[in-house]
Design a protein around this ligand. Structure first.
Ligand code: GLN
Length: 549
């Protein structure tokens, strides 16, 4: 069977949940036995999102092969559970970067280099290379931004050409639009959807399916109107309603007929969807009876998207521990001392310190790690969070008050986190980190080993600095356990405290591998420890209350 191509564009406004529509559709096609690959084409000029501020653009999602991608790609992996690769994310910057490199190498043999065909060919090469590298039956391509944006035009032209090259019977164009509700007149409005479709048709793309984003059902009249004015079959106007949990979207879209019309458009013969596993997930989500509160201590907490995968991983771990997880967003800049920590953290069940860059807010994170260690609160450090736990231990237990990371104090005396000797020198910002999948050997009989249930794992990385081996022996003598290393033993990948159920720091990012129906073992262990700690805390509060009566 030749590969089929699905394109998802957006209209009217951005932030419509195109990514969730594309990811849900991917899962639905997978439940019909198809092999699905997905990608996002982003029209902005940055070469990749790696250097963009998390406060502006949310988290950077990292794939196994070390590509730094848009956060929507995280939704694809979580929903579809297929690993993405370097063809999964393309920006205008990367397209021009590649084309200009080829031009300098003389690859265009003296031709004038132009948007059509050179830029559009480069874009198409990513679509076709994804198909080839994954041997997918169906490639789903989401175009970032909104139809009508100046910068998205070459991408729309490229996907139009794919239709021509592959045959329209092998392509499905899905346009996701907002249907606004006007409260004064108590009605939904179809006009913005019509205008946006017209814009797309003006680019030569005739949508096959229109997905309507609305909070409530827009009603049969509006759907009929959109079908008629936008020239799509009535059953191809699909409502995508706001759901209590994102993970309900696949079931909602399937019930609305999305899978059927897409499969029909692509002339695919498939068995019916097998949604058993996904339905079990939704019922697990619905029947959670416990509650816990986890403090997320970071510097980008004003934009929750900056920690999207961490947030989702905590929820996934809740699904498997029958618990709702409330995240308390704690700005580390507000944690000046232990007094402030006790005001903000005394009643939480666990503390997570995720990744980050730059020195703002570092001291507050160290205060939080100390508060967790001294009060025996389950604590999970990820990447920068692990580095913070190591710095805190060195300051308080080893007695080096100036213990730090050479990221923040390049000339410090006790940089327990540092560049490896072969990394020294001037490093530019873009594309110079330890990125992607690396193996790790877990030390037997550690809490880490108990969580994973095995000792050989691989996890994804995104950092420059490492645990400084000059301090390794001293730390171990004082009780810090090296819970995981690179297979050659050289790089410390995880640390923990032995006498706690969960005080673990990892140099990698486990959050990229958690799935809603398969929580990451470390997150699962962390939430289990938080629930145990909660029981102890409540029991303790209860007995002290009785004693004081
Ligand atoms: N800034 C740290 C480093 O580069 C940690 C990075 C991170 O948390 N992703 O090593």
């Amino acid at each position: 069977m030749s590969t089929k191509y699905i394109f998802v564009t957006g209209g009217v406004v951005s932030g419509l949940g195109k990514g969730i529509t594309a990811a849900s559709l991917g899962r639905l096609l997978k439940t019909r036995g198809l092999k699905v690959a997905s990608q996002k084409l982003d029209p902005y000029i940055n070469v990749d999102p790696g250097t963009m501020s998390p406060l502006q653009h949310g988290e950077v999602f990292v794939t196994d092969d070390g590509t730094e991608t848009d956060l929507d790609l995280g939704h694809y992996e979580r929903f579809i559970d297929e690993n993405l690769n370097k063809y999964s994310n393309l920006t205008t910057g990367k397209v021009y970067w590649n084309v200009l490199h080829k031009e300098r190498q003389g690859a265009y043999l003296g031709q004038t280099v132009q948007i059509i065909p050179h830029i559009t060919n480069e874009i198409k090469s990513y679509i076709y290379n994804l198909a080839k590298s994954t041997e997918a039956d169906v490639v789903i391509t989401e175009i970032g931004g909104t139809t009508g944006d100046i910068e998205s035009q070459p991408f729309l032209e490229a996907i139009r050409q794919v239709g021509l090259e592959q045959g329209l019977e092998n392509c499905c164009y899905i346009h996701v639009v907002l249907v606004p509700y006007i409260s004064g007149s108590d009605e939904y409005k179809s006009k913005p959807a019509q205008h946006s479709c017209k814009e797309l048709q003006g680019m030569g793309i005739i949508p096959n399916v229109i997905v309507l984003r609305a909070d409530g059902s827009v009603g049969a009249d509006i759907k009929r109107k959109i079908s008629m004015f936008c020239n799509v079959r009535p059953d191809c106007v699909i409502e995508n309603l706001t759901m209590p949990s994102l993970y309900e979207c696949p079931l909602m879209l399937d019930a609305a007929g999305l899978t059927n019309v897409v499969v029909r458009q692509l002339h695919l013969e498939t068995p019916p969807s097998d949604l058993t596993e996904w339905k079990e997930l939704i019922s697990r989500i619905a029947t959670r009876s416990k509650n816990c509160t986890i403090a997320l201590v970071g510097k980008y907490v004003k934009l929750h998207d900056a920690y999207l995968s961490v947030m989702e991983s905590l929820y996934h771990a809740g699904f498997e521990n029958e618990s709702k997880v409330d995240i308390r967003w704690v700005d580390s800049e507000n944690l000046q001392d232990q007094q402030r920590c006790s005001e903000e953290l005394a009643d939480v069940d666990g503390i997570i310190i995720p990744g980050g860059f730059g020195d703002r807010g570092i001291e507050g994170m160290i205060q939080a790690a100390r508060y967790a260690r001294e009060n025996r609160i389950p604590c999970f450090g990820i990447c920068l969070g692990m580095q913070i736990m190591v710095m805190e231990f060195a300051r308080d237990v080893l007695g080096y008050a100036d213990a730090n990371s050479s990221e923040f104090t390049p000339d410090g005396q006790h940089n327990v986190i540092a560049l490896m000797p072969d990394q020294q020198g001037n490093i530019p910002k873009g594309g110079t980190m330890r990125l992607g999948k690396y193996p790790c050997t877990i030390t037997p009989s550690t809490h880490m080993a108990a969580c994973y249930g095995k000792t050989e794992i691989d996890e994804r990385h995104r950092h420059r600095y490492e645990f400084n081996n000059d301090f390794r022996e001293e730390m171990q003598q004082k009780g810090l356990v090296i819970a995981g290393t690179s297979p050659d033993g050289r790089l410390v990948e995880a640390v923990e405290l032995p006498d706690r159920e969960f005080h673990i720091g990892v140099q990698f990012h486990p959050e990229f591998k958690s799935r809603p129906n398969h929580a990451h073992p470390l997150f699962k262990g962390f939430i289990a420890a938080a629930l145990n700690y909660q029981c102890e805390r409540l029991h303790h509060e209860h007995t002290t209350m009785h004693e004081s009566i």
